[in-house]
Write a protein that binds this ligand. Structure first.
Ligand SMILES: [Ca+2]
Ligand SMILES: [Ca+2]
Ligand SMILES: [Ca+2]
Ligand SMILES: [Ca+2]
Length: 456
């Protein structure tokens, strides 16, 4: 190959000379015009695995799965990033992550091969943390709790821990400046509580956290972004993000599939944007409490929040509550939401529109109360959104079980008032009026109560 390159260079030199005038006499000899130089060899094709326009050679995340190549066990497989046993099969595909002979489903410590390392049995506190540094442990059967002024300054002794069966609580530890040390944590068996903190500004160390079987609370911290959690697929109970004074962005959580109970984002005074949560499609709920199953998203009192986007796969919820976000001008997310079982409440925001909800067809339902009587449940309440000019977010709404209230949205331009409740009004007449209004579908059905007033 080298010789061929040399010969191209040689030929190139000759033809350069001809072109630059050294062969001037040849101009008088049209029969001796120079032959064109051979085409230079085509450049080797540039490999761009994830087709993001950045060549692999300079792309820091070749498969664009949000795990940088250095952190990614399988940097050319967007579905895999951890390979606990290093057998070349990523944990999401591998049915025995630690290759200990026990399948993951039957393995109480699926990422901890007890032939190689041990399970520490007992609770870990600031006083006992050093035990981990001196033993070869990969899991903790107990709680890990650092709080109330514990003097710890490093979580490095936890660096090999993949699983904590109990609670993990870290807050009020004034000497701790990083969560580095939790980088291999994959499973928390009970609650994960992060905060209060004013010494830590990144949650990046939780990059491999996959399952939280209890509640997940991020509260009273000075973080600017409480998002990311690129591995997290499951939160067994609640996810609550609250009172984080510097939080401006809540993004990420894009592999989160399931929240067992409710999700709340409230009292984050500088939060401007909520996005992400784009795989979240299941709120596990509790079949014993039908129809009031759990499964609520509440976004409340975030004073600088301007948009809620994301949640693009959430098809049904028990409750959606977007209230008292005084800067919130639009809801562009929830674009797959078809049904709200118990209550859709959009109250006292600065909303101009909530067009993202345009797939919503149903709020609530009805049941048989006996004696041929029905009972109705489910409320849609859109109230005191003083800048609201459009109800286009309700363009596919066809059914509200119990109550439809659209009230005191003073830029909405609906002059008509209707007040029908089960005791006072004529529901059929109210519905006829409602259906005749241009903003509503002609066939909307409301089971019990209609309240439209003061939407000037
Ligand atoms: Ca690329
Ligand atoms: Ca990657
Ligand atoms: Ca593996
Ligand atoms: Ca195993």
């Amino acid at each position: 190959m080298l010789n061929r390159i040399k010969s191209y260079l040689f030929l190139g030199l000759i033809f350069t000379c001809v072109a630059c005038g050294g062969g001037q006499s040849n101009n008088n000899n049209p029969g001796n015009s120079p032959t064109p130089p051979p085409a230079s060899p085509p450049p080797p094709p540039v490999s761009d695995f994830d087709q993001d326009g950045t060549a692999d050679e300079v792309d820091s995340d070749d498969d664009n799965d949000s795990f940088s190549d250095g952190q990614d066990a399988l940097p050319f497989d967007a579905n895999e990033w951890i390979d606990t046993d290093g057998d070349g099969v990523g944990n999401n595909t591998d049915t025995n992550d630690d290759n200990d002979g026990i399948e993951d489903l039957n393995d109480p410590y699926p990422n901890c091969d007890d032939h190689v390392a041990k399970v520490y049995r007992g609770n870990i506190t600031a006083q006992t943390l050093d035990i981990l540094a001196n033993g070869d442990y990969c899991a903790i059967d107990g709680d890990v709790i650092f709080q109330q002024g514990d003097p710890i300054n490093s979580l490095a002794p936890l660096a090999k821990i993949t699983q904590i069966t109990g609670h993990l609580t870290i807050g009020r530890t004034p000497n701790l400046h990083s969560f580095e040390g939790l980088n291999n944590l994959i499973i928390v068996g009970k609650d994960l509580v992060i905060g209060p903190f004013n010494t830590i500004d990144s949650l990046d160390a939780f990059q491999n956290l996959n399952l939280i079987q209890g509640n997940f609370y991020i509260g009273k911290n000075t973080l600017t972004n409480a998002g990311q959690f690129p591995s997290l697929i499951y939160v067994g109970k609640q996810l609550q993000i609250f009172s984080n004074s510097n939080l401006t962005t809540l993004s990420g959580f894009n592999r989160l599939l399931t929240i067992g109970e409710t999700m709340g984002v409230f009292n984050n005074p500088h939060l401007q944007e909520i996005s992400g949560f784009n795989q979240l499609n299941t709120f596990k709920g509790d079949p014993n409490f039908l129809p009031f199953i759990k499964g609520e998203v509440a976004i409340v009192s975030n004073q600088q929040l301007t948009n809620v986007s994301g949640f693009s796969q959430t098809a049904s919820l028990t409750r959606l509550n977007v209230s008292m976000n005084r800067a919130l001008i639009e809801i562009t997310g929830f674009t797959s939401l078809k049904k709200v079982q118990n209550q859709l409440l959009i109250y006292n925001n600065n909303l101009v529109h909530f067009d993202g909800l345009g797939q919503l067809t149903t709020v609530g339902g009805e049941g048989d109360a006996g004696n041929g009587q029905k009972f109705y449940f489910g409320k849609l309440i859109i109230e005191e959104n003083r800048q609201l000019t459009s109800l286009a977010g309700l363009r596919n709404l066809s059914y509200v079980g119990q109550e439809l209230t659209i009230n005191e949205n003073r830029s909405l331009g609906i002059g008509t008032s209707i007040f029908v409740d089960p005791l006072r009004g004529d529901l059929a007449a109210g519905l006829a009026t409602l259906r005749a209004m241009p903003q509503f579908l002609d066939n909307i059905v409301v089971g019990e109560k209609i309240h439209l007033e003061d939407n000037r």
